[in-house]
Design a protein around this ligand. Structure first.
Ligand code: ADP
Length: 525
């Protein structure tokens, strides 16, 4: 590719002195890049199959890649509990997919439909295992087998239908066997073109299992796959680790923020995979997630009563009023502190509990929206809810409610994210977009995206929230109380924080380009 100068050389001028012309903006030449055929293989995608941030990432990233001229397809299991109302023109397109499984094969039908313009294929197996007709996405004793089957079916579908993507992008342990199958089975059949990028959204779940899986999937050489250099679990001698297999076999591995990439490799946060990441560090990196500004944007959000932006920031407070009405909170001049998230210990639940009481003591209101698959945790929060039932300044909503989450992002003043660990975190990114000031622990993607008002090496206009380092009560209070006090005592400073938050670009624009650079990098080898 010929190198063009970024700034055009100044032309020779006549002898007569001339007033200096206004400076021209630098001309940046983007070399035309070839369009790529990219296939995402994923267990989740918003809004049709969403448990957590992974679902939002596939939805947002696939759109960004398509906008940039690439051909993008997505392969998902055909769960019985998909949001079918959000899938347009769903129909079977491939009736005869036979997927090897144990000593035989399982017959599958593949459907195609559009999900908000995204091209999606859905795999439906016809077998007594009933892999994807169980009313929920995860939580079954045979989850490892369900997703091993899905991974095999997805790549078998690519093979049988003659699709040769440039890039296969898979997500988390559920699809980590895709590159293993590609390089162990399909390359020798002639599928040599695709390169695999795997994104790890959370190292906590890895798909650790025994030899039975090798029999199910046809990976028949235990001595080969139990080997430490391939899929042998780093800590359990008689186990294989699917996520590890994904790391070893993929051409590139990303996680969802540079800080989490560092923490997982070098700070003991890799749940046992630190040494594997060290071995493969040359193909490992972090890309901060974006958020989809068509969905998460207070200027156009359909779920909030009054749209607002930097030009009419005061209209945010109409949403605050609406939130209070909906949750029957007192209408007063207090700030609202909110928490939205899975009720998982990862999210810092003991600090959340403590924050509720600190918030009320400091004269603010608290709103929580969250749920857990663990009934014990749900019960704890139900207990707390009953205890605080009479407070006009507190509401705990135990459940999953996407619509309500929009109103909370818009109506709250402060968003609390006190996680033990946080690969990227979307709640603080969404909060920033809505001018809701984040209070976060300095960890993972939170540390990459939130910059403390009082303690930061960032310029003032980039400071957008509050952070605390230590996972303990004094740590939490040091940040939360500063935020509440600032709201009361220095409202103009608080408003600056809101504006800084809304000014930052956490769309898919930058991460989209980062992923394309990674795809180009692995295509060249
Ligand atoms: P994780 O992937 O660990 O769950 P993220 O912060 O990356 O956490 O993503 C969480 C996403 O799920 C955000 O879009 C958040 O708004 C949404 N979410 C979490 N819990 C709920 C809930 N109870 N109701 C509605 N949305 C929720």
């Amino acid at each position: 590719m010929p190198k063009e100068p970024l700034i055009q050389p100044v032309a020779e001028t006549a002898a007569e002195p001339q007033p200096a012309p206004p400076p021209e903006p630098p001309v940046v030449h983007h070399a035309p890049r070839p369009s790529l055929f990219i296939v995402h293989i994923t267990p989740e995608m918003a809004p049709i199959a969403k448990i957590g941030g992974l679902a939002d990432v596939v939805f947002g990233l696939s759109r960004e890649l398509a906008i940039r001229g690439n051909h993008v397809e997505i392969i998902l299991p055909k769960y019985d509990n998909l949001r079918y109302d959000q899938i347009f023109d769903l129909q079977p397109v491939y009736n005869d997919l036979w997927v090897p499984w144990y000593d035989g094969a399982i017959h599958c039908t593949v459907y195609f439909g559009f999900v908000h313009d995204r091209k999606c294929f859905f795999i439906e197996p016809h077998s007594h295992d009933n892999f994807f007709n169980r009313g929920s996405i995860y939580g079954f004793p045979d989850d490892v087998f369900r997703y091993a089957f899905f991974s095999r079916a997805a790549i078998e579908f690519l093979w049988q239908s003659g699709k040769h993507p440039d890039i296969i992008h898979c997500h988390d342990w559920q699809t980590a066997l895709v590159p293993v199958f590609l390089y162990e089975f399909y390359q020798s059949l002639g599928m040599t073109h695709p390169r695999v990028c795997m994104t790890i959204h959370n190292f906590k779940h890895q798909g650790v299992t025994g030899a039975e899986l090798l029999r199910a999937t046809g990976l028949h050489q235990p001595e080969r796959f139990f080997d430490w250099v391939r899929m042998g679990d780093n800590h359990h001698k008689n186990a294989i680790n699917l996520l590890k297999g994904g790391i070893v076999y993929s051409n590139f591995v990303t996680t969802v923020s540079p800080r989490y990439a560092f923490e997982t490799k070098d700070q003991g946060q890799g749940f046992g995979l630190e040494s594997t990441l060290h071995t493969h560090h040359m193909k490992y990196g972090g890309v901060v997630n974006g958020i989809d500004y068509d969905v998460w944007n207070p200027e156009v959000d359909r779920y909030i009563p009054v749209n607002y932006g930097l030009g009419n920031l005061d209209d945010k407070y109409e949403n605050k009023r609406a939130l209070r009405q909906r949750l029957m909170l007192a209408d007063n001049d207090k700030p609202i502190v909110a928490f939205i998230g899975r009720l998982d210990p990862q999210k810092g639940l003991d600090l959340v509990r403590h924050a509720i009481f600190t918030t009320l003591e400091r004269g603010a209101q608290f709103v929580l929206l969250g749920s857990s698959p663990d009934q014990g945790i749900n019960n704890d929060f139900w207990g707390l809810k009953h205890m605080l039932n009479d407070s006009p300044d507190c509401h705990l909503e135990i459940g999953f409610d996407e619509d309500l989450s929009h109103l909370i992002y818009a109506g709250a003043d402060i968003m609390l994210v006190p996680s033990q660990f946080e690969p990227c975190g979307l709640t603080q990114l969404i909060a920033l977009r809505y001018g809701t000031v984040p209070v976060v622990r300095t960890v993972g993607g939170l540390a990459d995206t939130v910059f403390d008002k009082d303690h930061s090496d960032r310029p003032l206009h980039q400071r957008n929230g509050y952070r605390f380092d230590d996972y303990d009560v004094p740590g939490l209070e040091s940040a939360l109380i500063r935020a509440i006090d600032c709201y009361y005592q220095y409202p103009e400073h608080f408003r600056e924080l809101m504006k800084n938050a809304m000014n930052a670009d956490y769309s898919w624009n930058h991460p989209g380009q980062d992923y394309l650079n990674i795809y180009d990098f692995i295509r060249d080898r």
